[in-house]
Write a protein that binds this ligand. Structure first.
Ligand code: PLP
Length: 427
């Protein structure tokens, strides 16, 4: 069983489990999930005194570790005078300064920020921006997206339509989603020729191409090189296609540069960010557009405006957390830490290479992946990993690590050793 709940489970746990509906979870005969009462640095604390090293940064968010004092202080200060205000017709300093600050960090003329409160919504906004860009320019019929095998962009209806349909998670809904175009990531010469051809032949239907730069996340943690990303940009330019980069997982240092697109020296037309934007403290997401995209929405008519407005968009507490997180990126050597993590992950996980049942071991920035040859197997390793004192949540045939950037070498070694042990025992 998957259970690792302590024998002394707190009162609220069982009562709550009669009513909570958990993500990606068969709720019948559910092993009790781990209760967490606090978290500090890279450690999650349980009520029975145990603690686990978080090897996946709470779904890739807590890049500075949990409960960082600088972020906590910023949020506490902000809550004293403006916890929330709507952004329709009103504005506040944290959101205005955050738009200025983010656009100054981003490459090229990614100059206009639309805030929302989750990664999926920021992708939906990007999709609406792309479709309406063409409508506003008087071009009809361009409402499909080219996305990629192993791509993942979120769980809402439009996002599901651009995820890899063969990955299974959203297969049930296939019949009621808008039809999109799924391509292979164009790594080889043949794939590139096919990709160019696709962009040319179906030009009149395509609103935009969308891809996760360098590392495709929840669809299988597949990696591709910067040259391939640069090629995708060139191919889009050749046919005047918009390119959306989903940097929700990769943004803010995870692949070794602040933004993954910088490694390919390219600028997307629209980019989406979330996850580590607030250092994992509060929900916030951003869809950022270039001047060219933004200007297509300007006219003397309200009909060309972007009709979207999440209630909590640009929440001041979340913006304060994002500022504090960006301060930490400025003050502390986060990218050097990522580079050191990459080397240590590569060395630590290399012992899995060649083990029976291991298909591949790969690393990029602070991401380490062990791919097994049997789909559905990896999830069974979770309780064994917990028994080793680490929180790692494998999926499908993938066991992966994405630790907080502040992890000490000794804790990183514990993480890789736990993965090596559990995979060796299993293989
Ligand atoms: N896009 C990418 C690349 C992601 O990794 C995720 C989440 O894992 C999303 C979109 C969806 O973000 P959220 O879960 O905040 O809706």
């Amino acid at each position: 069983p998957d259970s690792a709940a302590p024998p002394t489970a707190p009162d609220w746990l069982q009562a709550g489990m009669d009513h909570l509906w958990l993500p990606y979870t068969q709720m019948r005969n559910l092993p009790t999930p781990l209760p967490i009462v606090s978290a500090e640095g890279v450690r999650l604390h349980l009520p029975d005194g145990r603690s686990l090293i978080d090897g996946i940064s709470s779904w890739w968010t807590v890049c500075h570790g949990y409960n960082h004092p600088h972020i906590r202080k910023a949020v506490v200060e902000q809550i004293q005078h403006l916890p929330h205000v709507m952004l329709g017709g009103l504005v506040h300093e944290p959101v205005a300064r955050l738009a200025t600050r983010l656009t100054a960090m981003l490459p090229g003329d990614l100059d206009h920020v639309f805030f929302s409160e989750s990664g999926s919504v920021s992708v939906e906004v990007a999709m609406k921006m792309a479709i309406q860009y063409w409508i506003n320019r008087g071009v009809a019929g361009r409402h499909r997206f080219v996305s990629f095998r192993f791509g993942y962009h979120g769980d809402t209806m439009a996002c599901m339509s651009i995820c890899d349909p063969d990955e299974g998670m959203h297969g049930l809904f296939a019949g009621c989603l808008p039809e999109q175009i799924i391509a292979d990531v164009p790594r080889s010469t043949e794939q590139r020729a096919a990709f160019r051809q696709l962009l040319k032949q179906r030009r009149g239907e395509i609103a935009a191409v969308i891809i996760e730069p360098l590392v495709q996340g929840a669809g299988g943690l597949k990696m591709y090189d910067a040259e391939t990303l640069a090629f995708i940009r060139q191919a889009c330019d050749a046919q005047d296609h918009l390119l959306i980069l989903d940097e929700i997982m990769t943004g803010f240092g995870r692949t070794g540069t602040m933004f993954a697109c910088q490694q390919a020296d390219m600028v997307p037309d629209i980019a989406t960010f979330s996850k580590a934007l607030t250092g994992g403290t509060l929900p916030l997401a951003a869809t950022v557009a270039t001047r060219r995209v933004f200007e297509a929405f300007l006219s003397d008519s309200p009909s060309t405006a972007l009709m979207h407005g999440p209630t909590y968009m640009g929440n001041p507490l979340a913006c304060a957390a994002a500022h504090a997180s960006l301060d930490l990126f400025e003050r502390e050597p986060r990218l050097q830490q990522v580079a050191a993590i990459e080397t240590r992950l590569r060395d630590g996980l290399s012992a899995c290479r060649g083990l029976n049942g291991v298909l591949d071991v790969r690393t990029k920035g602070a991401i380490g992946v062990v791919e097994l040859d049997r789909a559905g197997e990896a999830n069974w390793l979770k309780p064994r990993l917990i028994a080793e004192g680490v929180w790692v949540r494998p999926f499908g045939n993938i066991v992966y690590l994405m630790p907080p950037f502040v992890i000490e070498p000794v804790d990183l070694d514990r993480l890789t050793a736990a993965v090596v042990k559990v995979v060796s025992d299993w293989s």
